[in-house]
Design a protein around this ligand. Structure first.
Ligand SMILES: [Fe+2]
Length: 387
């Protein structure tokens, strides 16, 4: 059955979406989880993959509604993922509210044939059950964040799910750093209200202080829909000061790219900012995004090479035929896109494969609009190379 935000039960299940606007205690809950993880893994939260030097991995985000728009990507992921070493889901693994029992249909089943480990960072939806499901399935923490002897998952049920797919190694925390011989992949958790707590920020500064090449994976993107998210300005400062090559966010369910050129005395370098949220859930519209020539960012930051998928025209066509046609345009235009979601082709889904070599890193972008061979055989739509 298609997942639907028209079903009031899904809004009830994610009631924290509303309460977080009055009182957001994500930082407090995160610290409780982190305390438990420190006892198990120490302070650094580094996943050591320094066995990898020349390698590639998959990166997708906003995946788990368990319906066609999630499944349509899977064959292509498996094809492109054949030679990859791992996959990362960059936010919103399971909708509507990250519950453990939804992981079977929305995570284990769809990705059961991907043979390597899958890691993830949480998005707001994963936090709507206080991250309990996420901590079980990605961090292998099967106990309550404070009552350490109280199980949060039935052992038999978990064993059954892991018989379908499981990791060889589980990540040490919800925010963590995946360290390879040639690239450090730093993964941060922006919670429900796009915020990074002090503890996490201090950790981030520590793991960023390396000469190794680095990319940042974040739940909420710094640049999206032609705008700059000022709530992430401190995070962005770290990106610039510590020489990150690229930042990849999710949360917005389409693909966008921004190249920011930083100039200092005698030097010039680019940072790429991507939105990579087309991994399965309902589509976010792109026809609202202003033309790149009209985009204005704080501090007169110059952005070039803006691109978006689906393009504005395709997005308009998608939403014009999305139902609720009996409502006047000015109302439909303002409605949450989740309510206009239609689980039919063209799906306009996308994901990235990141190829790491000694002299460059290549971001390959794949698109899938429907089931079938043409999409399965298509090469990357884009290759963006940084060195
Ligand atoms: Fe999402």
């Amino acid at each position: 059955m298609a997942f639907s935000w028209g079903n009031p039960l899904n809004w009830l299940r994610s009631y924290r979406h509303l309460t977080a606007y009055i009182w957001d205690n994500t930082d407090k809950k995160r610290k409780e989880w982190v305390r438990a993880q420190r006892e198990r893994h120490g302070d650094d939260f580094v996943l050591d993959r320094t066995d990898l030097e020349r390698f590639s991995f998959l990166l997708l985000a906003d995946t788990g509604e368990g319906d066609q728009s999630q499944r349509v990507l899977v064959d292509k992921l498996l094809k492109e993922g054949k030679s990859t070493e791992f996959a990362i889901i960059g936010s919103d693994v399971v909708y509507p509210a990250g519950r453990s029992h939804h992981y079977l249909a929305r995570f284990h089943m769809p990705y059961r044939n991907y043979p390597k480990d899958i890691y993830a960072i949480p998005g707001n939806h994963d936090w709507y059950d206080v991250l309990t499901g996420f901590m079980i399935h990605f961090c292998d923490n099967q106990f309550h964040r404070k009552k350490r002897n109280e199980r949060t998952v039935d052992e038999t049920k978990l064993r059954d799910m892991r018989a379908i797919r499981s990791n060889e190694t589980y990540q040490p925390n919800m925010y963590f750093c995946l360290d390879t011989a040639s690239l450090r992949i730093v993964c941060v958790d922006t919670g429900i209200r796009t915020h990074i707590d002090d503890d996490q920020m201090a950790w981030l500064r520590r793991v960023s202080a390396t000469d190794k090449r680095k990319i940042l994976i974040t739940g909420d993107p710094i640049y999206a829909n032609g705008k700059y998210d000022g709530r992430l300005a401190e995070l962005d400062q770290i990106v610039k000061n510590y020489g990150y090559l690229a930042v990849i966010g999710g949360d917005t369910h389409n693909y966008q790219q921004y190249r920011v050129t930083l100039t200092a005395v005698g030097s010039k370098r680019d940072v790429w900012y991507f939105v990579n949220g087309g991994g399965g859930a309902f589509l976010s519209r792109t026809d609202h995004i202003t033309e790149s020539s009209a985009m204005r960012f704080p501090g007169d930051v110059r952005v070039s090479d803006f691109d978006v998928y689906p393009d504005r025209e395709a997005s308009k066509g998608f939403f014009d035929s999305a139902g609720m046609g009996f409502l006047p345009d000015f109302i439909r235009w303002r409605m949450p896109v989740a309510l206009l979601n239609k689980d039919r082709p063209p799906y306009y889904k996308s994901f990235m494969k990141i190829v790491v070599r000694k002299t460059f890193i290549e971001f390959q972008l794949f698109r899938v609009e429907n089931f079938g061979q043409p999409w399965l055989d298509a090469g990357p739509w884009k290759r963006i190379r940084v060195s």
